[in-house]
Each structure stands twice: as C-alpha cells, then as structure tokens.
Design a protein around this ligand. Structure first.
Ligand SMILES: *[C@@H]1O[C@H](CO)[C@@H](O)[C@H](O)[C@H]1NC(C)=O
Ligand SMILES: *[C@@H]1O[C@H](CO)[C@@H](O)[C@H](O)[C@H]1NC(C)=O
Length: 374
C-alpha cells in the first residue's frame, strides 16, 4: 500500500478518535505537563505513521494521540504508544510494523502524575531507562517498554514505585543485575524481563512479592539459585526462568502456590532432585525442566489431578524407572523423558501407548513399547 493512503487513513482515525474524546468533554491540559510532553517527543522520531503530528496545540488531553489525563486535574496520567499491530486502532487499519527512533527523555520525569507509560514494540528506541523515573513518578502502575533497544541497567531504586503492577522490559538490551529493591514492589503482579542481558542473582527476598502472578525472566544471564522465598508467592501462576545460568536445586517450596500453572526452567544448570511437591501441585499444566543436570528419581506422585499439556524432563541425569503413577494422570499431551539414565520397562496403558519412541530415546536401560521389548 502507498504511504500517502496510509497517512490519510491514519488521519481519519485520529479525527474520529479526537471527536469521540471531545464529546466526553475536553479537559484542559496542564501547561507544564504539555511542555514536558513536547520535550519527551523531541527526543523521539516516528515518520511512518506520523503519530506525533497530532501532538501540537493546547489540547494535549483530548487531541494528542496516546495521551490521557486525569479529568479533574487536567494532569497527564497516561502515555500509551504501541508499535507493531497490538494497538487495536492501528491494526484495524492494517497499520503495523512502524519504527520509532530516539531515546526516552528524562523530561518525562516532570510528568509526576503519570500512572501509565507504554512505549512498546517500536524496535529502535535506544538509550537508558531514565534514572529519575522511580523517584519522580510515584503513581506509576504500568511501565511497559517491551520490544525496543533500551540499554543500561534497571534503576536501582525501582522499588520505590509502590503502586507498580506491571513491569515489562522484555526484548531490549538491558544489562546489570536485578536491583534488590525490586522485592519491595508490593503491588507487582506481572514482571517480564525476558530476552535482555541481565546477569547476577535473583534477589533473596524475591518471594516478598506476594501479588506476583507472572515472572518471566527467560533468556538472560541470570546466575545463582532459585530463592526458597519463591514458595511464599502464593499467587504465582507462570514462572519462566529458561535459558539462564541458574544453579542449585529447585526449592521444595516452589510447588506451594495453588494457582501454579506453568513452570519453565529449561536450559539452566539446575542440580538436585525434582521436589515431589511440584508433581503433587494441582493445576500445573506445563513443567519443563529440560537441559539441566537434575538427578534422582522422578517422584512417583502423579494422580488423577495431573493434567499436563507438556511435561519435558529431557536431557537431565534422572535415574530409576518411569513412574507407574503417570498412568493415572488425567492427561499427558507432550511427554519427553529422553536423554536421561532411566531403566526398566515403560508402564502399559495411557499415556504410554500413544507416545512414540522419541519420548524415551537416549535412556540406555529403558525397554518395552514404544521401545523394543524388554
Ligand atoms: C500544572 O502542574 C503543576 C505541577 O507540575 C502545578 O504546579 C500547576 O499548578 C498546574 N497548573 C494548573 C493550571 O493546574
Ligand atoms: C523445554 O525447554 C527447552 C529448553 O529451554 C526447549 O528447548 C524445549 O523446546 C521445551 N520443551 C517444550 C515441550 O516446550
């Protein structure tokens, strides 16, 4: 499609959305907030969609694309700019794949009533996360900077953002360690730092994050152990620590969240044994411990509650036999026990009669269908 046509379409959408918001009664934009927005904008450039072309005039609360205000004070409360196709307005118009260049100006820190900052999937926004951000934006609840080229560390005092519920910095080039102060983000529900260059340990007090439901730290350089305090996160549903350098044993306490649904610990340096609490955990659908150095026997602790879309224990040092109770599981979709040191005959019945040899390959002592007879 030709760019002028896209620009025209985009203009139509802008006019339509501006009309919709002025119908609700336009809020006057605070003049100092407006100045801060203009400085923020001047450090960024986006030419494909021209989203910043709406950022002119006095009505920053009603007419500026992606800006929202507190209706009573006229103070800027949200900046929400998404590239790619996740913005429903843009994707409906088939406008996606836009890029934004530049940096996040520290003038952003003058917007001290900001509750939402989304600057997501623009691929090329670079430079650091302004270090003034935690101390200047005390009301921030959503910080979503996914999918850019941000570098430098997570600000040390990130823990001062006492209302922060969503912290998504995934798919950037963030380095340094996870600041220990992160453990004081008592409202945090969703943490995604996946695919960055973060090193060092997971802070010991991480389990203080009692509201945390999703912890996604995959594809970094995180080392050290999984803190045993993780067992205190009773709302933990999804844990992804894959492709790091995490060592030590899986804490027995990890199975304590009653809503635990997926655990990805693959491609790390874990040792020790699989805690039976993990196998006994109701609701766990995905358990991936592949490519570690986990030993001992697979706990023979499955039951009618066990329902796995994927159970991947491959490439470890597991010994003993294939647990007989696995046959009592309600469902096992994908099972991979390959490349371990398992012995004996594979039990009969479901799910074993549905699986092929690939699920069991690379265990010298295993036999029986689907492998050759014992
Ligand atoms: C705009 O916000 C500033 C704080 O940055 C405040 O001091 C000022 O009184 C506000 N102006 C109006 C008109 O509310
Ligand atoms: C389990 O994790 C490993 C390593 O992270 C990955 O290669 C594998 O595809 C995963 N297994 C499943 C079933 O997703």
């Amino acid at each position: 499609m030709a760019t002028p046509f896209l620009a025209f379409l985009f203009l139509l959408i802008l006019i339509a959305s501006a009309a919709a918001s002025s119908a609700e009664g336009a809020t006057k934009c605070n003049a100092s907030d407006r100045e801060a927005l203009l400085s923020f904008r001047s450090a960024l450039s986006e030419s494909h969609l021209g989203i910043f072309s709406s950022w002119s005039g006095d009505e920053c609360c009603s007419k500026w694309y992606g800006v929202s205000c507190d209706p009573s004070s006229g103070r800027v409360a949200g900046i929400s700019l998404r590239g790619e196709s996740q913005d429903p307005i843009l994707s409906a118009a088939g406008l996606s794949g836009a890029l934004m260049y530049g940096r996040i100006s520290s003038d952003l820190c003058r917007l001290d009533r900001l509750t939402t900052l989304v600057l997501a999937d623009w691929k090329h926004i670079s430079g650091p996360i302004p270090s003034c951000l935690p101390s200047s934006l005390p009301l921030l609840r959503i910080l979503d900077l996914v999918g850019n080229r941000l570098s430098g560390p997570i600000p040390d005092d990130i823990g001062t953002l006492s209302r922060l519920a969503v912290l998504n910095l995934a798919d950037n080039q963030i380095s340094g360690t996870i600041p220990p102060s992160i453990s004081s983000l008592s409202a945090l529900m969703h943490l995604d730092l996946s695919s960055n260059r973060i090193s060092g340990p997971i802070p010991t007090d991480f389990g203080n994050l009692a509201m945390l439901s999703r912890v996604l730290l995959a594809r970094n350089r995180i080392s050290g152990g999984i803190p045993s305090s993780a067992g205190r996160m009773l709302r933990l549903a999804d844990l992804d620590l894959s492709e790091n350098r995490i060592s030590g044993a899986i804490p027995t306490s990890l199975g304590s969240s009653s809503v635990l649904s997926s655990v990805y610990l693959g491609s790390n340096k874990l040792t020790g044994e699989i805690p039976s609490s993990m196998i006994e955990s109701r609701g766990l659908n995905i358990l991936n411990l592949s490519r570690n150095a986990i030993g001992g026997e697979i706990p023979d602790a499955f039951g009618g509650w066990s329902y796995y879309t994927a159970l991947d224990l491959s490439h470890n040092q597991l010994t003993g036999s294939v647990p007989a109770t696995l046959a009592s599981a309600a469902y096992v979709g994908h099972l991979d026990l390959s490349n371990n040191q398992l012995r004996g005959s594979i039990p009969a019945g479901t799910p074993f009669n549905r699986l092929d040899a690939a699920s069991f390959d690379g265990n010298d002592g295993l036999c029986g269908g689907p492998l050759p007879a014992c």
